[in-house]
Design a protein around this ligand. Structure first.
Ligand SMILES: Nc1ccn([C@@H]2O[C@H](COP(=O)(O)OP(=O)(O)OP(=O)(O)O)[C@@H](O)[C@H]2O)c(=O)n1
Ligand SMILES: C[C@](O)(CO)[C@H](O)COP(=O)(O)O
Length: 234
């Protein structure tokens, strides 16, 4: 089985506010995209497709240095960017991971767990962590309207793993819905697979696979660099 990964890295990073694509932000001397690719390769991924903001393909290649990855232009939203990456997959890839460049410190153990679960026959696999906070529903004015039962809730991370046919079918359906003017509601690839009726299974995620979204997240990533390889702290 050949394991490939699509790394959506075409976001603009508005909430990070650096004025350049978030995947090109630097943590501990390495860009987020380079770190994300290194983690995937260490976790057993053989082929990587990186999806760059249109016009920033060369900057993405420069950030990747000598890492072996195909770089393709992305789209206006994440679903479109992953769909662009799908088109560039090598024909022999049968296990496909989709991994946010923004989750740059995901430990290789998580990657391996996702790959193993797909190899074991699961069509769609997501890493998850427990929800630590109490959750309440609020109205538009911010007034609490109810308590959300936390039992059975999980926060979903990436990499998410699929057999190739499932991921293709999920994105084909999303593309058809979009072409028909319908909304694509799912916020991740597993959600698109679920819309097809595919069962999604979970494996343990890791707090270090958090998504760098804000300047505080970038500072946290900087503080954590070096702890991923040694396995501390969680
Ligand atoms: N059009 C898009 C939007 C997002 N992504 C990627 O999807 C991942 C998760 O997106 P997010 O963290 O929301 O990144 P941004 O869209 O860059 O963030 P923001 O909303 O702050 O601009 C990131 O690796 C991002 O690069 C992408 O490939 N193409
Ligand atoms: C794919 C994802 O990271 C899983 O948690 C998340 O859904 C991405 O959301 P975003 O709003 O596109 O950042």
């Amino acid at each position: 089985m050949t394991v490939a990964a699509i790394v959506p890295a075409a976001g603009r990073g508005e909430r990070l506010g650096l004025g350049r694509p978030k995947a090109l932000a630097v943590v501990g001397g390495l860009t987020l995209v380079a770190r994300a690719v290194d983690g995937l390769v260490e976790g057993g991924v053989q082929t990587v497709v990186v999806v760059a903001p249109p016009g920033d393909e060369d900057a993405m290649r420069a950030a990747l240095g000598s890492r072996r990855a195909v770089v393709v232009p992305g789209a206006d939203d994440r679903v479109g960017s992953v769909a662009a990456g799908l088109e560039a997959l090598p024909v022999d890839a049968d296990v496909v991971l989709v991994h946010d460049a923004a989750r740059c410190l995901c430990p290789p153990e998580v990657v391996r767990a996702v790959v193993d679960a797909v190899r074991a026959g699961h069509r769609a696999v997501v890493p998850v962590t427990a929800v630590a906070d109490t959750l309440r529903r609020t109205d538009r004015a911010g007034v609490v309207t109810g308590l959300v039962d936390r039992t059975g809730l999980a926060a979903v991370q990436t990499p998410q793993g699929f057999d190739r046919a499932t991921l293709r079918a999920a994105h084909a359906r999303a593309g058809e819905q979009r072409a028909a003017g319908g909304p694509v509601v799912a916020t991740d690839d597993a959600g698109l697979a679920e819309d097809l009726g595919v069962g999604v299974v979970t494996v343990p995620g890791d707090p270090r696979a958090f998504k760098v979204t804000t300047p505080l997240d970038l500072a946290m990533a900087e503080a954590l660099v070096g702890t991923v390889a040694t396995g501390s702290p969680s």
